[in-house]
Design a protein around this ligand. Structure first.
Ligand code: HDL
Ligand code: ZN
Length: 436
């Protein structure tokens, strides 16, 4: 690290330049659980939804009494009051998610200190979803968000059957967890939707699964295909999951220009009484990822890991496989300390060939705090990286900083996905990987 005087002089100049560039940069948020306003009640927003976010539900149970039945039988506003009293009145909102509510309300010009949830509810009630989308995207500096669109979610498929009016800033992403993780159930859904895969996994099943994937990819104009996998996920393996992935999903992704996104290491239902808030973490076996990247060089893999212990191995695998793109500081990694640790590791080993963050927002208003909090950390990480670079005799220009920040906030992602476009066979020979 350069000398103290150098850091103070050059570092502070760089800090203000980096802060300006990062604060003005527009973000492509590549994974959220938000919906286009055309999906009506599926788009969550407002103070009650902010407070009953499952991160805050689990945190609110840290204080007693742990009356699960009383909580789950309460109304959303009653649940919000429960959480408000336990996390904002009985203690300071110090956790990332609790502080996020404060950041969001203040950024919208509302005073959380009023503690008057009724007044806050009234403010939100005076606006339409469309108006709120405009203000939140503007305040958050977000240009586009990828949704999580599951053909196995009957609440959502109803809307797709009505071909909803689409807002192009809300980009489709095909989520297929049941197909890979619960084939016995998934095959019934495919049959219901007219893609009968038959009783066993064979060529006929591949045909049915690929038609299902193609139709949904086209219907939602999918940007990529995604699954979240448990720590035990293995490949190669004698499992339905590995077979469907190899025979149907990856060939589909390759032929239809879909990167395959894997969110690895989630342990579902650790405490089922917390419902969606009850999921936990386990250390994923990344040898499975290395096998996939090696065996399917024409597929592109977007990957994030839930366990802190996996982060270095993921980055090192990305150095070995150009078809692997790490992204985001997912879920339990979305804290200032772990965002800084992960981002510094990635900058030191990958330069800007990764995607810094995704918000995973479930409530529209969360875009504001998740990106405001993350930008603060990104400024620190980049200032440190540029200060080191300057000490080596290379001071970045503003244009170079803007280019680097653009790459980290969606530019590298788009470049990586461009390469996933279907191979154009000229004269029967697949053109070179790079020249596509
Ligand atoms: O599987 C996922 O996409 C996760 O992001 C889960 O939805 C999780 O509940 C979550 O919201 N994490 O931030
Ligand atoms: Zn998610």
């Amino acid at each position: 690290m350069p000398g103290y005087t150098f850091i103070v002089q050059v570092g502070s100049q760089l800090f203000s330049r980096v802060e300006r560039v990062v604060s003005q940069a527009r973000v492509a948020d590549i994974h959220t659980h938000l919906y286009d306003p055309g999906f009506h009640s599926l788009l969550k927003w407002g103070i009650d939804e902010l407070l009953v976010y499952h991160y805050l539900v689990s945190e609110s149970f840290r204080s007693g009494p742990w009356d699960y039945d009383r909580f789950w039988s309460a109304s959303t506003s009653q649940q919000a009051e429960w959480i408000w009293n336990r996390l904002f009145v009985a203690q300071s909102p110090l956790s990332e998610a609790a502080r996020g509510v404060i950041t969001t309300l203040n950024s919208l010009g509302l005073d959380p200190r009023s503690g008057d949830l009724a007044l806050l509810r009234q403010w939100f009630s005076l606006r339409t979803p469309e108006q709120h989308v405009e203000q939140v995207l503007e305040v958050a500096g977000v240009e586009s968000v990828c949704m999580t669109n599951s053909p196995f979610d009957s609440e959502e498929t109803v809307y797709w059957q009505r071909t909803p009016r689409r807002d192009p800033r809300f980009v489709g992403a095909l989520r297929i967890d049941p197909l890979l993780l619960n084939w016995r159930e998934a095959r019934l859904t495919l049959k219901e939707q007219g893609y009968d895969p038959g009783e066993s996994l064979n060529d006929a099943a591949v045909t049915a699964i690929r038609r299902f994937l193609e139709d949904w990819t086209r219907r939602i104009e999918s940007r990529y295909c995604m699954v979240s996998t448990p720590p035990e996920f293995a490949f190669p393996a004698e499992t339905d999951s590995a077979w469907i992935l190899e025979k149907a999903v990856l060939p589909h992704c390759r032929d239809h220009g879909q990167a395959f996104a894997m969110m690895m290491g989630v342990r579902r239902g650790v405490n089922p009484r917390l419902r969606m808030a009850g999921d936990g973490v386990g250390q994923a076996d990344l040898t499975a990822l290395a096998s996939l990247c090696r065996c399917f060089p024409e597929n592109r893999f977007l990957v994030t890991c839930l366990s802190r212990e996996c982060q270095q191995e993921l980055v090192i695998l990305a150095r070995k496989f150009p078809n692997l793109h790490p992204f985001g500081c997912w879920w339990f990694n979305n804290t200032p300390q772990l965002i800084e640790e992960t981002t510094t590791l990635r900058l030191d080993l990958l330069g800007t060939s990764f995607t810094f963050q995704h918000s995973d927002s479930r409530v529209l208003d969360q875009l504001i705090y998740k990106w405001k909090h993350s930008r603060v950390v990104l400024v620190d990480c980049l200032t440190q990286a540029y200060t080191r670079l300057a000490a080596s005799g290379w001071v970045p220009t503003d244009v170079e900083m803007e280019r680097d920040v653009h790459r980290l906030l969606g530019g590298s992602f788009n470049e990586f996905l461009e390469g996933a476009r279907p191979v154009r066979h000229e004269g029967g020979i697949a053109r070179d990987f790079e020249s596509r």
